[in-house]
Design a protein around this ligand. Sequence first.
Ligand code: PEP
Length: 252
Amino acid sequence: MGKKLIIGNWKMNLTIHEASLYIHKLDKLIVSYSNVEIVVAPSFLALPALSMQVDHSKFKLAAQDFYWRDEGAFTGEVSAHQLRGLVKYALVGHSERRHIFGESGRVIRHKVQAALRNDLIPVLCVGETATERADGETIGALQDQIIEGLANVTSDEAAKVVIAYEPAWAIGAGKTPSPRQINQAINGIRNQVAHLFGDKTARDIRVLYGASVTKDNAASFLDISGVDGLLVGGDSLNAHAFSEIVNKAQEL
Ligand code: PEP
């Protein structure tokens, strides 16, 4: 079994100075790094400073988003090409990008390809809305997002992608699906990957759970079959809470 992957998504929080202090504190609180790959996704602003500060054998960096063209007249945007060498991972299609910023399946597909072409590992976020769950359409919605996001990707490339299952209705809401529902969703995701890329890719691809993960419930998600790690939002902003999540993953 590979290392558990624990990603902290800081969203639009922490100044450059706060980000630097956070990493300093986190490093003191983590007991061991051997079984866990720890990733933090700060704002673009903090990335250069953190890249200089962190011991890259302990912490990896991720971008929260990027634009899919490599360069050009796209005011205000940052490309995967510009992030190359600065981050190892990049979130793609986070629920807030889909629902607040109206990011379409087409844009998400372009972003997955841009990440891969620039040697970044895309963390493709998928998840059903409350309405889709209530209508019994959870698995279909997840499978549609996988088909859209991984179109035109080879099976070798697909095996590198990380998929984060993040039910949109549970993000930041203090609500979580049951372990059974998470297991069903993750099986649905792997079945779709198997259909597109074969059984080996479906086994190899890493699938994370995210949405309202806290230091108190993290271990229960890591115990679910098929969960290779966690994507943590709110509780990743507190170095103590995040270190507890990492330390629990380390113990498993
Ligand atoms: C997220 O936004 O990716 C997330 C998981 O948020 P939270 O943990 O706050 O629900």
